[in-house]
Write a protein that binds this ligand. Structure first.
Ligand code: G3H
Ligand code: 13P
Ligand code: ZN
Length: 328
């Protein structure tokens, strides 16, 4: 059944677990996520970016989501719009039947220029007024995602700030978060706490607390009724990187957010955990390997099945690690 983000995250907060939010663009990703959720009996958050809408087209995307609830009626599914750049974008998603939207007012409409606080409050208030009138949840964002190591936002072609970010921008201010929530009434808040989008998060193997866990704790203390969202939460599995490179890929050394650090975040109030890159890496590795090992195959269903299985394995591992099992 389709449910709102508020419903799923309230349950997650009451029961102390976190929910991965996977990006979807196509049938294979959707099946991988749903099959993993079915196997572990987990609630589902699927999210579509502007890029996904461009790739699949709004009608296909909408019916892909509807198909998920038709095939697995016992699994609660949140259909969420990822990184909406304006209230108008949010409005179109609400009309399409999404049950949750992100109004990312931390950046201007171009999706790259850091916006000032007043702009962020203004556009988020507009999105909330519209969405809440329709029973749709809203996620806002405060702070700019970027690496604490380099000050870079990561992600070349997707969403992300352009240019170097200051330490100040890279960590959400708890005081400001309290003020923002009071002014906007968002259901969930994406915070900057040391993660960044894409595959290039850390240049060295991360050890110890590479996220600002104390900051997460403090923000949660100030806004206990607003669910915290961690973007840029891919772990960049080293085994899939090795497989990609073994079969002709060229991806330089790079590291993501260790699952243990995400679990630490969940203990301290993170409820929605955004993951896209990990599924991209797994499907690319599986397809490269399948084609190399089966040079005479030209039936795409064969390599798409390999990709789906690889993605499903990651989804299952995250549902288990974040405590979703049996919570559907
Ligand atoms: O936050 C960005 C997500 O990874 C979506 O990426 O804009 O390339 O679809 P995309
Ligand atoms: P990753 O690039 O770490 O998978 O993050 C995805 C994300 O935050 C989507 O909003
Ligand atoms: Zn994001």
């Amino acid at each position: 059944a389709l449910v709102s983000l508020r419903q799923v995250l309230d349950h997650a907060a009451e029961n102390g677990y976190g929910v991965p939010a996977f990006n979807v663009n196509n049938l294979e990703q959707m099946r991988a996520i749903m099959q993993a959720a079915d196997k572990t009996n987990s609630p589902v958050i699927v999210q579509a970016s502007a890029g996904a809408r461009k790739y699949a087209g709004a009608p296909f995307l909408r019916h892909l989501m509807a198909a998920a609830t038709e095939e697995w009626p016992h699994i609660p599914v949140v259909v969420h719009q990822d990184h909406g750049t304006s209230p108008a974008v949010c409005q179109r998603s609400i009309q399409l039947g999404f049950t949750s939207v992100m109004m990312d007012g931390s950046l201007l409409e171009d999706g790259k220029t850091p916006a000032d606080y007043d702009y962020n409050v203004r556009v988020t208030q507009q999105a909330v007024a519209m969405a809440h009138a329709c029973g749709v949840s809203v996620e806002g964002e405060l702070g700019c995602l970027g690496s604490l190591e380099t000050g870079e936002a990561g992600e070349e072609d997707g969403v992300g700030a352009e240019g170097k970010l200051s330490h100040e921008q890279l960590l959400t201010d708890p005081e400001e978060a309290a003020d923002f929530v009071k002014a906007t009434q968002v259901d969930a808040l994406a915070i900057a706490c040391g993660t960044s989008h894409g595959a290039y998060k850390f240049t060295r193997p991360p050890t110890g607390d590479i996220l600002a866990i104390d900051r997460i704790k403090e923000i949660n203390r100030r806004i206990p009724n607003t669910h915290l969202v961690m973007h840029g939460s891919s772990s960049v599995p080293q085994d899939w990187l090795a497989i990609i490179n073994e079969y002709g890929g060229e991806i330089p050394e790079t590291y993501g957010v260790p699952v243990e650090q995400i679990q630490e975040g969940i203990k301290n109030g993170v409820r929605k955990v955004n993951i896209d890159t990990d599924l991209r890496l797994a499907s690319t590795g599986a397809i490269r390997r399948h084609l190399a090992e089966n040079p005479s195959n030209f039936d795409p269903r064969k390599f798409f099945t390999a990709a789906t299985e690889a993605m499903q394995e990651i989804c299952e591992a995250r549902y288990l690690a974040f405590g979703c099992e049996g919570q559907a």
